[in-house]
Design a binder for this molecule. Sequence first.
Ligand code: SAM
Length: 299
Amino acid sequence: MTPSNFRAGADIATPNRTKDIIRKHGFTFKKSLGQNFLIDKNILDKIVAAAELSPAKGALEIGPGIGALTERLAEEAGRVAAVEIDTRLIPILRDVMAERDNVNIVHGDVLKTDLHRLWKEQFASCEQVSVVANLPYYVTTPIIMKLLEEGLPIESIVVMVQKEVAERMAAKPGGKDYGTLSIAVQYYCEPQLVCIVPSGSFIPAPNVDSAVIKLKRRGEPAVAVRNEAAFFKVVHAAFAQRRKTLQNNLSQLAGKERKQELGALLESCGIKPERRGETLTLQEYATLTEALLEAGILS
Ligand code: SAM
């Protein structure tokens, strides 16, 4: 088989073509890099449809693997930048994408990549940019947090993640799935579950089910806070030990000697001190943060 057999127009996301490419390049999967490649064309269609791309838009892919999703993004978006950490995959991707002049393969660890610079270099001509990826599961949360917190002009994030992580991102207050990740995601974005993906849609098959989730970036955060760092400090403190009451968990911010004052302050916000962090809405966290700042417990 010649390299051109693998180029533009060839559908990579089938078990046979994926196996051909892997065999041709003598590629072996690295579990430590979360390498589970998609071989299900229907799922790729759903991911790409959810991203609502167009020739005026750009797509940032994290972890292109051998390019199954990259190829589809290149068909829909005006510009694609794909950041891949695994050196062994770079020549394969360059081969597979050789005839795509709107794709740039970037070799690197996305967590160490200067994304603001990448944006300027790759997406200057794009009206909007979305992140679209089948994420490596071992670093899903740090990648999502980096995308949310760096203030990048992202339209939406459409990602394949572990089903359990998607459930945590979309969770409402009151259940065990609701936590710091739910609050961070929902502060910046509106989450929307796209589909559940069985493990048989990948090679090798992961041990868990997966899900595609779309995080549509809000124009303004879900709640108004004057000090975001303080807001997230309160959220993290409230979940420090899930079984503990809010009053006990927040004592670490206030100091033990101010525990009673903290109880009264919680009551003044309409929040019972014996409630658990997992029951508070984003608005309640915002109100509480404001009160803690006013009382000088936080600065
Ligand atoms: N997009 C391909 C697909 O859907 O078939 C591959 C997805 S696979 C789940 C995750 C990919 O992310 C792998 O290619 C892996 O090498 C890459 N990867 C892992 N950690 C990374 C990191 N920190 N930065 C960039 N890429 C990473």
